[in-house]
Design a protein. Structure first.
Length: 257
């Protein structure tokens, strides 16, 4: 005999509640999937694990004036190859939205996700990316929205992640290669930053990142990011520095201590 009778109260079996998620917005500017595939191979050749099964909204706004829809099955397969999980689309024409719905993608409102922008960097590309063999040990810490500051006083190792939800994050020890610190507000690291730092995770463009030794694998503020593909200026590389957002451009400034 089952624990809950099928004739019982349905509300005892499930609940429906509103939820707020942080999504990646993939702004699609072409319906040419082979060309897109080549562009993504070039962009992520040195960082194949840049994403980690992140939910993504496909932004069709640039294609809204076209009379055709992208090849969504091929597009979904391509994004999944890079550990992105398409869940919805936004923008686009009615025909494009119908085609997306036919393959199981929902329609997200404009406020659902902020575009993950990449800054334009006029610098020579790094010729070598140093890799390390890492043993992932995920440690995820979430704090209530009401919190204003989260303090971490121990070093973060490869595979560890700290997320300061609705708060600033203060780290008193090193953020090592393969570790990740995320905050909806600003991030203050009183030690070297060698892993990933993501501030303004929910779109706060006023967020900043401060650290005592800037050597990140990835740095991001409100969706604008920069990886090891682009070398840091000599004035801040490995030195005390702050990172802030100026429009859609990351600005790196030394800290005069």
């Amino acid at each position: 005999m089952s624990a809950v009778s099928s004739s019982g109260n349905p509300s005892a079996l499930f609940d429906l509640k509103s939820a707020s998620l942080t999504l990646v917005s993939f702004v699609l500017r072409t319906g040419n999937i082979p060309a897109l595939e080549k562009a993504m191979e070039e962009r992520f050749a040195d960082t194949p694990d840049f994403f980690s099964h992140d939910p993504v909204v496909i932004d069709l706004t640039p294609l809204g004036s076209l009379n055709t829809a992208p090849d969504f099955p091929a597009l979904i397969a391509l994004l999944q190859r890079y550990k992105l999980k398409p869940v919805a689309v936004r923008g686009g024409s009615s025909k494009q939205l119908d085609a997306a719905a036919a393959v199981g993608l929902g329609e997200a409102p404009d406020s659902q996700a902020a575009p993950a922008r990449t800054e334009t960097v006029v610098q020579e590309v790094v010729r070598e990316v140093v890799r390390e063999v890492q043993v992932p040990v995920e440690v995820r810490v979430e704090v209530p929205t009401a919190a204003k500051t989260v303090i971490v006083d121990k070093p973060l190792r490869s595979g560890q992640q700290v997320y300061a939800k609705g708060a600033d994050l203060v780290v008193m020890a090193a953020v090592n290669n393969g570790a990740e610190v995320i905050a909806d507000g600003s991030i203050h690291i009183y030690a070297p930053l060698r892993g990933k730092a993501i501030a303004g995770a929910k779109g706060n463009t006023e967020a900043r990142i401060f650290c005592m030794g800037l050597s990140p694998e990835l740095i991001s503020i409100a969706g604008t990011y920069r990886t090891t593909e682009n070398p840091l200026p000599d004035s801040v590389a490995g030195k005390p520095a702050q990172v802030r957002l100026d429009g859609e451009r990351l600005v790196f400034e030394p800290l005069d201590l």
